[in-house]
Design a protein around this ligand. Structure first.
Ligand code: AMP
Ligand code: MG
Length: 418
């Protein structure tokens, strides 16, 4: 059994930022690019009409010309239409926004500038246009005006927000090299477990840890891989572990205490996972197990065996798995752990004095923060945690903490707001 601070330090030492990963564009949403994106096309890819109207030649609208210009409509072009027909002097094309300008035309006169009811003129007809402030090339987005083929449109280090994802898509980036989102395999062990959709019969327990840990992983912007529930049978656990070791992190719940069927540490050992620690001076969460699976290519999988009781599981996730995921994701040290604040107890507490204790509370933030302990029946009780906005952290060695005492409180970031 080791001290909590030592255990946390061992996790921090074992974790290292993941190298960037090639991923599908949308998977990289919100992440930083590790390599720039170079476009395989010009944007716009060709001269594009930006108004509905008539594609015309600049020289038909030369200054000093007539007030109203009458032109032959030689072709009709909707967005997506292409033509080999060119626009001759005295001609024009009826054109819709988004269509490529036909050969010979350089500008668009909007449909609003037609006179004498000729707005509906089509190929074969004639249109009369009044455009007193005509500018050469008007209402046309020129090929390559935004960027050129071969140009870097996003540099390494850019964060992929919505506009960046759109730009990368336009540039033809199907896959990108971006910061890796840690992949976290989750296994719930226990022969008593049934899935949430099953009404448990006598002796059965719904698997709440699986969804809970997947949610905790998701809220940290990592990717959960839910491997489901497995019974307390060595072969079943072993098969699930073999699968889970392909991830960056493997989180198991249950089977790490001292019971006959607490098989997880031994099986992990047989699968080649080195034990870093087993059992921490902590309540809840004493049985927690941590190890490393090292591969020949120097990559590794961090493996956490969390206690089966849901509240213990979640407290251990927050204390040990959270910093590991933050480090893997490359976050700065300040973001590794839940933020800790000092607060005054609103009621006395009598914890087990032999080890540090974490208790759910409502944290009232003010000039003087207040920690209101919540009713809690122990490590299988998720109600207290579900309503908590903080975890009171009481040090070992004191049997009683009076109301008005200052204590450390970890702010639960995903809990209900005060
Ligand atoms: P264990 O750590 O396997 O000894 O389990 C301790 C307690 O947690 C037992 O009452 C289990 O039934 C319960 N438990 C284990 N795994 C889960 C789970 N995935 N969801 C809910 N309760 C669980
Ligand atoms: Mg069990």
């Amino acid at each position: 059994m080791i001290d909590l601070a030592d255990a946390i330090a061992l996790v921090e030492r074992a974790a290292a930022p993941l190298p960037p990963r090639r991923q599908r564009l949308l998977e990289a949403c919100g992440r930083r690019l590790a390599a720039g994106i170079v476009s395989d096309v010009d944007s716009p890819p060709w001269d594009r009409a930006m108004m509905d109207g008539f594609a015309v030649r600049d020289d038909d609208f030369a200054p000093g010309g007539p007030d109203v210009v009458e032109l032959d409509v030689v072709v009709d072009l909707a967005a997506g239409d292409v033509t080999t027909i060119g626009v001759p002097p005295g001609g024009c094309a009826r054109i819709m926004t988004g269509a490529p300008l036909p050969r010979g035309a350089q500008a668009v006169v909007p449909v609003e500038s037609t006179v004498d009811g000729t707005a509906a003129a089509r190929a074969g007809g004639r249109v009369r246009l009044r455009e007193p402030r005509f500018r050469a090339g008007q209402h046309v987005a020129r090929q390559g005006a935004a960027f050129r083929r071969g140009q870097e449109v996003l540099a390494a280090g850019a964060t992929l927000g919505a506009a960046e994802i759109g730009l990368a898509a336009e540039a033809g980036a199907v896959h990108v090299l971006a910061a890796a989102r840690p992949r976290v395999a989750i296994i719930s062990t226990g022969s008593e477990l049934v899935p949430p959709e099953t009404v448990p019969v006598f002796g059965q327990t719904r698997n709440s840890n699986g969804p809970m840990l997947a949610a905790a992983v998701t809220l940290l912007d990592a990717e959960p891989i839910v491997l489901g529930g497995v019974g307390d049978r060595p072969e079943a656990i072993r098969a699930a572990v073999a699968q889970g070791l392909a991830a960056d992190v493997l989180v198991l719940s249950g089977g790490v205490s001292a019971g006959d069927l607490d098989l997880v540490p031994a099986i992990l050992g047989r699968c080649g996972v080195e034990t870093v620690f087993h059992k921490v001076r902590l309540k809840p969460g004493k049985p927690v197990w941590f190890g490393i699976f090292r591969r020949a290519d120097a990559s590794s999988t961090l493996v956490f065996g969390l206690p089966g009781n849901p509240a213990s599981s979640l407290v251990c996730f927050e204390l040990f798995v959270r910093p590991a995921l933050a480090i893997l994701a490359g976050r700065s040290r300040e973001a590794w752990h839940l933020p800790s604040v000092r607060a005054v107890l609103s009621a006395p507490l009598q914890p087990a004095a032999d080890r540090p204790v974490y208790l759910p509370c409502r944290l009232i933030v003010g000039t003087r923060n207040e920690a209101v302990p919540l009713p809690w029946t122990g490590s299988s009780d998720l109600v207290g945690l579900a309503t908590a906005t903080g975890l009171i952290a009481l040090p070992a060695g004191r049997d009683r903490h009076e109301a008005g005492t200052e204590v450390d409180v970890l702010r639960l970031l995903s809990g209900a707001e005060p």
